[in-house]
Design a protein around this ligand. Structure first.
Ligand code: DC
Length: 231
């Protein structure tokens, strides 16, 4: 059996990181962790707890006081063999994927007390290695010593089109222009926040997947993994 490593997959929103990370984890028998889902779960909690007012102004102090009650985690779905995001005892895998949550997640993910709490949880999940984690700061802040770091990118239009198709397929349609605007806004906020902004780690391998099929991407990723573990 090959030695276990940590694989960090970072990049812009909606560039297919989670699809490729999930597939890779399945191919090599690793645990898959979607770190964005954790920020989304905190956002869902904040929305439900009334931390945003009618003008979408965020009451960060209120959320901070409630943080001890926010329990984010994952549970393995026995049928799909995939982890599902949990908020306390509730499975929120669907509820965190709405455009409403997408539209509110960046300011939540910029809060240092939220990032500190999520980073700590993520590092605990990686203690045994054998993990593929995707996000924005996995190779830079969560696992700066990850053995394999991939930085994924694709044009904003390609990414908006993918998210549009995804929501359509799930029966949650939204306007393409709204999605494109959301993708561009999140790119900006994610890259410009003070704490652990989205940026490419110096030792990350860049993958622009605008013109790649899923199969080509999976093959490329597997090759990178085998290069690192040496088999
Ligand atoms: O990957 P995603 O679109 O589900 O992520 C949701 C949001 O969470 C995204 O706008 C940025 C934030 N995020 C983050 O700040 N750090 C991470 N490691 C993962 C996601």
């Amino acid at each position: 059996m090959s030695r276990k490593i940590i694989i960090a997959i970072d990049g812009h929103s909606s560039c297919g990181k989670s699809t490729m990370a999930k597939q890779l984890a399945r191919d090599i028998g690793y645990i898959y962790v979607d770190s964005g889902a954790m920020y989304r779960a905190v956002t869902l909690y904040a929305l439900r707890a009334g931390c945003f007012d009618a003008d979408d102004h965020l009451d960060a102090a209120r959320l901070e006081s409630l943080m001890p009650e926010v329990r984010v985690g994952f549970r393995l779905n026995a049928a799909t063999r995939l982890p599902e995001t949990m908020l306390g005892e509730e499975c929120v895998e669907q509820a965190i994927r709405t455009l409403e949550v997408s539209a509110h997640v960046s300011p939540i993910a910029a809060l240092p007390f939220v990032r500190i709490a999520m980073t700590r949880l993520q590092q605990q999940m990686g203690e045994q290695k054998g993990i593929v984690m995707d996000g924005r700061d996995i190779g830079t802040a969560v696992f700066p010593h990850a053995e394999l770091k991939i930085f994924v990118t694709a044009s904003a239009e390609v990414r908006a089109r993918r998210r549009y198709d995804e929501l359509q397929a799930k029966g949650m349609p939204a306007a393409y222009d709204d999605i494109l605007r959301n993708v561009q806004e999140r790119d900006y906020i994610d890259s410009h926040r003070a704490m652990n902004p989205l940026r490419q780690a110096e030792d990350a391998i860049v993958l622009d997947n605008s013109a790649l099929t899923r199969e080509q991407q999976s093959a490329w990723l597997l090759a990178q993994y085998h290069k690192v573990v040496g088999d």
